[in-house]
Design a binder for this molecule. Structure first.
Ligand code: NAP
Length: 260
Protein backbone atom coordinates (compact mmCIF):
# COMPACT_ATOMS: atom_id res chain seq x y z
CA UNK A 1 0.00 0.00 0.00
CA UNK A 2 1.25 3.48 -0.88
CA UNK A 3 2.42 5.63 2.04
CA UNK A 4 0.44 8.62 0.77
CA UNK A 5 -2.88 9.25 2.46
CA UNK A 6 -5.98 9.45 0.26
CA UNK A 7 -9.06 11.65 0.52
CA UNK A 8 -12.35 11.38 -1.33
CA UNK A 9 -14.10 14.75 -1.57
CA UNK A 10 -17.66 14.70 -2.90
CA UNK A 11 -18.48 17.85 -4.84
CA UNK A 12 -14.75 18.54 -4.74
CA UNK A 13 -14.81 20.41 -8.03
CA UNK A 14 -16.23 23.83 -7.13
CA UNK A 15 -16.82 26.20 -4.22
CA UNK A 16 -16.11 24.81 -0.77
CA UNK A 17 -15.18 21.40 -2.21
CA UNK A 18 -12.48 22.92 -4.41
CA UNK A 19 -10.92 24.71 -1.45
CA UNK A 20 -11.05 21.46 0.55
CA UNK A 21 -9.39 19.53 -2.29
CA UNK A 22 -6.56 22.07 -2.42
CA UNK A 23 -6.15 22.17 1.35
CA UNK A 24 -5.95 18.37 1.52
CA UNK A 25 -3.44 18.20 -1.31
CA UNK A 26 -1.30 20.77 0.55
CA UNK A 27 -1.57 18.55 3.62
CA UNK A 28 -0.05 15.69 1.60
CA UNK A 29 -3.17 13.77 0.56
CA UNK A 30 -3.83 12.36 -2.88
CA UNK A 31 -7.31 13.67 -3.64
CA UNK A 32 -10.20 12.03 -5.46
CA UNK A 33 -12.23 14.97 -6.74
CA UNK A 34 -15.85 13.96 -7.27
CA UNK A 35 -18.25 16.02 -9.39
CA UNK A 36 -21.69 15.43 -10.83
CA UNK A 37 -22.27 17.48 -14.00
CA UNK A 38 -19.44 19.93 -14.58
CA UNK A 39 -16.27 18.17 -15.75
CA UNK A 40 -14.52 21.46 -16.67
CA UNK A 41 -14.66 22.71 -13.07
CA UNK A 42 -13.36 19.35 -11.81
CA UNK A 43 -10.46 19.50 -14.27
CA UNK A 44 -9.70 23.08 -13.17
CA UNK A 45 -9.43 21.88 -9.60
CA UNK A 46 -7.25 18.94 -10.59
CA UNK A 47 -4.94 21.34 -12.50
CA UNK A 48 -4.78 23.67 -9.50
CA UNK A 49 -3.77 20.75 -7.26
CA UNK A 50 -1.17 19.51 -9.74
CA UNK A 51 0.27 22.98 -10.32
CA UNK A 52 1.11 23.04 -6.60
CA UNK A 53 2.81 19.64 -6.88
CA UNK A 54 -0.14 17.63 -5.50
CA UNK A 55 -1.81 14.50 -6.80
CA UNK A 56 -5.48 14.29 -7.84
CA UNK A 57 -7.92 12.33 -9.96
CA UNK A 58 -11.47 13.25 -10.94
CA UNK A 59 -14.50 10.98 -10.91
CA UNK A 60 -18.04 11.71 -12.06
CA UNK A 61 -20.68 10.26 -9.76
CA UNK A 62 -24.07 11.44 -8.56
CA UNK A 63 -24.01 10.84 -4.80
CA UNK A 64 -27.78 10.50 -4.78
CA UNK A 65 -27.57 7.33 -6.94
CA UNK A 66 -26.66 4.03 -5.22
CA UNK A 67 -24.76 2.59 -8.19
CA UNK A 68 -22.74 5.82 -8.53
CA UNK A 69 -21.72 5.66 -4.87
CA UNK A 70 -20.40 2.14 -5.43
CA UNK A 71 -18.55 3.32 -8.51
CA UNK A 72 -16.98 6.20 -6.58
CA UNK A 73 -15.61 4.00 -3.80
CA UNK A 74 -14.48 1.31 -6.22
CA UNK A 75 -12.71 3.90 -8.38
CA UNK A 76 -10.94 5.36 -5.33
CA UNK A 77 -9.75 1.94 -4.17
CA UNK A 78 -8.68 0.85 -7.66
CA UNK A 79 -6.82 4.11 -8.25
CA UNK A 80 -5.10 4.55 -4.90
CA UNK A 81 -5.56 1.28 -2.99
CA UNK A 82 -6.62 3.02 0.20
CA UNK A 83 -8.94 5.65 1.63
CA UNK A 84 -8.13 7.66 4.76
CA UNK A 85 -10.63 10.47 4.63
CA UNK A 86 -14.13 10.92 3.23
CA UNK A 87 -15.50 14.46 3.00
CA UNK A 88 -19.25 14.45 2.37
CA UNK A 89 -19.34 17.94 0.92
CA UNK A 90 -21.61 17.68 -2.16
CA UNK A 91 -24.90 19.41 -1.56
CA UNK A 92 -27.72 21.23 -3.28
CA UNK A 93 -30.47 23.62 -2.36
CA UNK A 94 -33.98 23.25 -3.76
CA UNK A 95 -34.42 24.76 -7.24
CA UNK A 96 -36.46 27.59 -5.70
CA UNK A 97 -37.22 28.89 -2.24
CA UNK A 98 -40.75 27.71 -1.56
CA UNK A 99 -43.02 28.13 1.43
CA UNK A 100 -43.23 24.81 3.30
CA UNK A 101 -46.98 24.95 2.72
CA UNK A 102 -46.21 24.42 -0.98
CA UNK A 103 -43.06 22.22 -1.01
CA UNK A 104 -42.83 20.19 -4.20
CA UNK A 105 -42.42 16.50 -3.35
CA UNK A 106 -39.92 15.83 -6.15
CA UNK A 107 -37.71 18.71 -4.98
CA UNK A 108 -37.99 17.38 -1.45
CA UNK A 109 -36.83 13.90 -2.47
CA UNK A 110 -33.99 15.24 -4.63
CA UNK A 111 -32.57 17.42 -1.85
CA UNK A 112 -32.86 14.65 0.73
CA UNK A 113 -31.32 12.08 -1.65
CA UNK A 114 -28.31 14.31 -2.34
CA UNK A 115 -27.71 15.93 1.05
CA UNK A 116 -28.71 13.14 3.44
CA UNK A 117 -29.24 9.69 1.89
CA UNK A 118 -26.12 10.06 -0.26
CA UNK A 119 -23.76 10.89 2.63
CA UNK A 120 -25.38 8.24 4.86
CA UNK A 121 -24.80 5.37 2.45
CA UNK A 122 -21.47 6.67 1.18
CA UNK A 123 -20.27 6.80 4.78
CA UNK A 124 -21.50 3.25 5.29
CA UNK A 125 -19.66 2.08 2.16
CA UNK A 126 -16.41 3.94 2.95
CA UNK A 127 -16.49 2.87 6.60
CA UNK A 128 -16.59 -0.77 5.51
CA UNK A 129 -13.65 -0.20 3.15
CA UNK A 130 -11.68 1.48 5.97
CA UNK A 131 -12.49 -1.31 8.44
CA UNK A 132 -11.33 -3.87 5.89
CA UNK A 133 -8.07 -1.96 5.33
CA UNK A 134 -7.50 -1.59 9.06
CA UNK A 135 -7.58 -5.38 9.49
CA UNK A 136 -4.19 -5.60 7.79
CA UNK A 137 -2.77 -2.10 7.59
CA UNK A 138 -2.35 1.08 9.56
CA UNK A 139 -4.21 4.23 8.57
CA UNK A 140 -2.73 7.08 10.65
CA UNK A 141 -5.91 9.08 11.24
CA UNK A 142 -8.95 7.70 9.38
CA UNK A 143 -11.85 10.14 9.42
CA UNK A 144 -15.17 11.12 7.89
CA UNK A 145 -16.29 14.74 7.66
CA UNK A 146 -19.84 15.85 6.95
CA UNK A 147 -20.34 19.39 5.70
CA UNK A 148 -23.69 20.48 7.10
CA UNK A 149 -24.89 24.07 7.59
CA UNK A 150 -26.17 26.52 10.19
CA UNK A 151 -29.51 25.50 8.69
CA UNK A 152 -29.18 22.20 10.58
CA UNK A 153 -30.71 24.11 13.51
CA UNK A 154 -32.17 27.24 11.87
CA UNK A 155 -35.80 27.08 10.79
CA UNK A 156 -36.08 28.69 7.35
CA UNK A 157 -39.69 28.10 6.32
CA UNK A 158 -38.92 28.74 2.65
CA UNK A 159 -35.96 26.32 2.58
CA UNK A 160 -37.48 23.43 4.51
CA UNK A 161 -36.14 20.41 2.65
CA UNK A 162 -32.60 21.78 2.88
CA UNK A 163 -32.92 22.43 6.64
CA UNK A 164 -34.25 18.90 7.20
CA UNK A 165 -31.43 17.37 5.16
CA UNK A 166 -28.78 19.18 7.18
CA UNK A 167 -30.44 18.42 10.53
CA UNK A 168 -30.45 14.76 9.49
CA UNK A 169 -26.80 14.95 8.54
CA UNK A 170 -26.00 16.09 12.08
CA UNK A 171 -27.48 12.85 13.39
CA UNK A 172 -25.61 10.84 10.75
CA UNK A 173 -22.42 12.31 12.23
CA UNK A 174 -23.35 11.30 15.76
CA UNK A 175 -24.46 7.79 14.75
CA UNK A 176 -21.35 6.95 12.78
CA UNK A 177 -19.05 8.63 15.32
CA UNK A 178 -20.45 6.30 17.97
CA UNK A 179 -20.39 3.20 15.76
CA UNK A 180 -16.92 3.68 14.27
CA UNK A 181 -15.03 4.78 17.40
CA UNK A 182 -13.98 1.19 18.14
CA UNK A 183 -12.04 1.14 14.87
CA UNK A 184 -10.33 4.49 15.53
CA UNK A 185 -12.34 6.15 12.73
CA UNK A 186 -13.35 9.67 13.77
CA UNK A 187 -16.45 11.40 12.42
CA UNK A 188 -17.00 15.16 12.47
CA UNK A 189 -19.56 17.70 11.34
CA UNK A 190 -18.43 21.00 9.92
CA UNK A 191 -21.20 23.57 10.05
CA UNK A 192 -20.57 26.53 7.72
CA UNK A 193 -22.38 29.84 7.91
CA UNK A 194 -22.91 32.00 4.84
CA UNK A 195 -20.12 31.26 2.38
CA UNK A 196 -19.46 33.03 -0.91
CA UNK A 197 -19.83 30.33 -3.59
CA UNK A 198 -22.06 29.55 -6.57
CA UNK A 199 -24.67 28.32 -4.08
CA UNK A 200 -25.10 31.88 -2.78
CA UNK A 201 -24.46 33.60 -6.13
CA UNK A 202 -28.01 34.25 -7.34
CA UNK A 203 -28.43 38.04 -7.39
CA UNK A 204 -31.41 37.98 -5.02
CA UNK A 205 -29.54 35.67 -2.58
CA UNK A 206 -26.41 37.81 -2.69
CA UNK A 207 -28.45 40.99 -2.21
CA UNK A 208 -30.28 39.43 0.75
CA UNK A 209 -27.07 38.46 2.54
CA UNK A 210 -25.30 41.68 1.60
CA UNK A 211 -28.07 43.48 3.46
CA UNK A 212 -27.29 41.48 6.62
CA UNK A 213 -23.54 40.96 6.45
CA UNK A 214 -21.61 43.96 7.63
CA UNK A 215 -24.57 45.09 9.71
CA UNK A 216 -24.12 42.83 12.71
CA UNK A 217 -25.41 39.53 11.37
CA UNK A 218 -22.55 37.64 13.05
CA UNK A 219 -19.82 38.57 15.54
CA UNK A 220 -17.24 38.15 12.77
CA UNK A 221 -19.27 40.16 10.33
CA UNK A 222 -18.14 39.23 6.83
CA UNK A 223 -18.86 36.67 4.12
CA UNK A 224 -17.25 33.33 4.85
CA UNK A 225 -14.87 31.97 2.26
CA UNK A 226 -14.46 28.40 1.00
CA UNK A 227 -10.96 28.53 2.48
CA UNK A 228 -12.40 29.19 5.96
CA UNK A 229 -14.20 25.85 5.72
CA UNK A 230 -11.27 24.07 4.10
CA UNK A 231 -8.94 25.02 6.94
CA UNK A 232 -11.22 23.29 9.43
CA UNK A 233 -11.11 20.15 7.28
CA UNK A 234 -7.31 20.48 7.14
CA UNK A 235 -7.15 20.45 10.93
CA UNK A 236 -9.06 17.15 10.99
CA UNK A 237 -7.02 15.73 8.11
CA UNK A 238 -3.79 16.37 9.99
CA UNK A 239 -5.19 14.41 12.95
CA UNK A 240 -5.17 17.45 15.23
CA UNK A 241 -8.32 16.37 17.16
CA UNK A 242 -7.16 12.97 18.45
CA UNK A 243 -9.47 12.83 21.49
CA UNK A 244 -12.62 14.14 19.80
CA UNK A 245 -15.27 12.49 17.68
CA UNK A 246 -18.86 13.38 16.80
CA UNK A 247 -17.77 17.00 17.25
CA UNK A 248 -19.47 19.94 15.54
CA UNK A 249 -17.08 22.57 14.23
CA UNK A 250 -18.87 25.83 13.54
CA UNK A 251 -17.33 27.85 10.72
CA UNK A 252 -19.85 30.66 10.81
CA UNK A 253 -18.18 33.78 12.17
CA UNK A 254 -19.79 33.04 15.54
CA UNK A 255 -23.31 33.21 14.12
CA UNK A 256 -24.43 30.40 16.46
CA UNK A 257 -23.76 32.50 19.57
CA UNK A 258 -26.85 33.87 21.24
CA UNK A 259 -26.47 37.24 22.86
CA UNK A 260 -28.76 39.51 24.76
P1 NAP B 1 -21.60 24.77 -4.84
O1 NAP B 1 -20.65 25.88 -5.09
O2 NAP B 1 -22.95 24.82 -5.45
O3 NAP B 1 -20.87 23.39 -5.28
C1 NAP B 1 -21.56 22.19 -5.13
C2 NAP B 1 -20.64 21.02 -5.45
O4 NAP B 1 -21.39 19.81 -5.21
C3 NAP B 1 -20.20 20.98 -6.89
O5 NAP B 1 -18.90 20.44 -6.94
C4 NAP B 1 -21.21 20.02 -7.53
O6 NAP B 1 -20.71 19.35 -8.68
C5 NAP B 1 -21.39 19.03 -6.40
N1 NAP B 1 -22.64 18.28 -6.47
C6 NAP B 1 -23.91 18.76 -6.46
N2 NAP B 1 -24.79 17.73 -6.54
C7 NAP B 1 -24.07 16.60 -6.60
C8 NAP B 1 -24.38 15.24 -6.70
N3 NAP B 1 -25.66 14.81 -6.77
N4 NAP B 1 -23.37 14.33 -6.73
C9 NAP B 1 -22.07 14.73 -6.67
N5 NAP B 1 -21.70 16.02 -6.58
C10 NAP B 1 -22.69 16.95 -6.55
O7 NAP B 1 -21.85 24.56 -3.28
P2 NAP B 1 -20.97 25.03 -2.03
O8 NAP B 1 -21.48 26.33 -1.57
O9 NAP B 1 -19.54 24.84 -2.31
O10 NAP B 1 -21.49 23.96 -0.95
C11 NAP B 1 -20.75 22.82 -0.56
C12 NAP B 1 -21.41 22.22 0.67
O11 NAP B 1 -21.43 23.20 1.71
C13 NAP B 1 -22.86 21.80 0.45
O12 NAP B 1 -23.13 20.62 1.16
C14 NAP B 1 -23.65 22.96 1.05
O13 NAP B 1 -24.93 22.55 1.47
C15 NAP B 1 -22.75 23.35 2.19
N6 NAP B 1 -22.95 24.71 2.68
C16 NAP B 1 -22.80 25.78 1.86
C17 NAP B 1 -22.99 27.07 2.35
C18 NAP B 1 -22.85 28.31 1.51
O14 NAP B 1 -23.23 29.40 1.99
N7 NAP B 1 -22.30 28.23 0.29
C19 NAP B 1 -23.35 27.24 3.70
C20 NAP B 1 -23.50 26.13 4.50
C21 NAP B 1 -23.29 24.87 3.99
P3 NAP B 1 -21.20 19.77 -10.19
O15 NAP B 1 -20.75 21.16 -10.41
O16 NAP B 1 -20.54 18.79 -11.09
O17 NAP B 1 -22.70 19.64 -10.19
Amino acid sequence: MSEQRVALVTGGSRGIGRAISLELARSGYAVLINFNTNLDEAERTRSAVESEGGQAEVCQADVSAPSHRDLLVNFTMETYGRIDLLVNNAGIGPPARTDILDTDIDDYHQVLATNLTGPYFLTQRVAKAMIHLLETQRLPSPAIVNVSSIRAYTAAWNYGEYCISKAGLSMVTKLFARRLAEYGIKVYEIRPGVIETDMTAKPETRAYYNQLIGHGMAPIDRWGTPEDVARAVGMIARGDLPFSTGEVINVDGGWHLRSL
